[in-house]
Design a protein around this ligand. Structure first.
Ligand SMILES: [Zn+2]
Length: 184
């Protein structure tokens, strides 16, 4: 039920803690969030629209990494721009320290129906585990891929593979771009 990109294997205690954290965040916006599992397609669904208004907040490294990631995803059929937060947004990216070992996490703020997240989506980037510019960029783009509905890949040539970069690519490959364009 829960999507995280982990450094180590999931620990049940950590899952519970993260669920509480994300539930609290989600409750300020809508109903409890639905979490992704990401096998083939994102369990958090794809955002209902290709027109993304991104609230990009938190640590400067995360804001920079997210801006880089937006530049990577905009050549697809997604049209993402950064807006103020608080404000009118449908994607929230927050880069703060979470007390767990994952790099990033993505959720839909409401239940996913027919593979579509009909509300906003939340992305969390962890300042506690992300250290290099490449890791910030890779993780931000990976999570934005989940916002677009992409699931995980098992090839290091795609940013949608889980794990550290390097060896995992920090870029979308053609398969990823084609998948985004097919869904929108
Ligand atoms: Zn992932």
């Amino acid at each position: 039920m829960l999507h995280v990109d982990r450094i180590r294997r999931r620990r049940q205690r950590g899952v519970l803690v993260l669920s509480v954290v994300l539930a609290l965040v989600g409750s300020t916006l809508a109903a409890s969030p639905a979490f992704a599992t990401h096998q083939g397609t994102a369990g958090s669904g794809r955002l209902y629209t290709p027109n993304w208004s991104v609230c990009n907040a938190g640590a400067s490294a995360g804001v920079s990494g997210t801006n880089w990631a937006i530049g990577q995803i905009n050549p697809t059929d997604v049209n993402a721009s950064v807006v103020g937060c608080p404000g009118s947004w449908n994607v929230s990216v927050n880069s703060v320290s979470y007390p767990e070992t994952w790099y990033g996490a993505t959720s839909c703020f409401t239940a996913v129906q027919n593979g579509v997240c009909g509300s906003g989506k939340g992305v969390k980037l962890n300042t506690r585990t992300l250290t290099t510019t490449q890791q910030w960029q890779k993780t931000a783009l990976h999570e934005l891929g989940h916002v677009a509905g992409l699931g995980h890949r098992t090839v290091d040539t795609s940013v949608m593979a889980s794990g550290a970069s390097p060896p995992v690519s920090q870029y979308l490959d053609q398969h990823d771009r084609d998948s985004i364009n097919a869904s929108y």
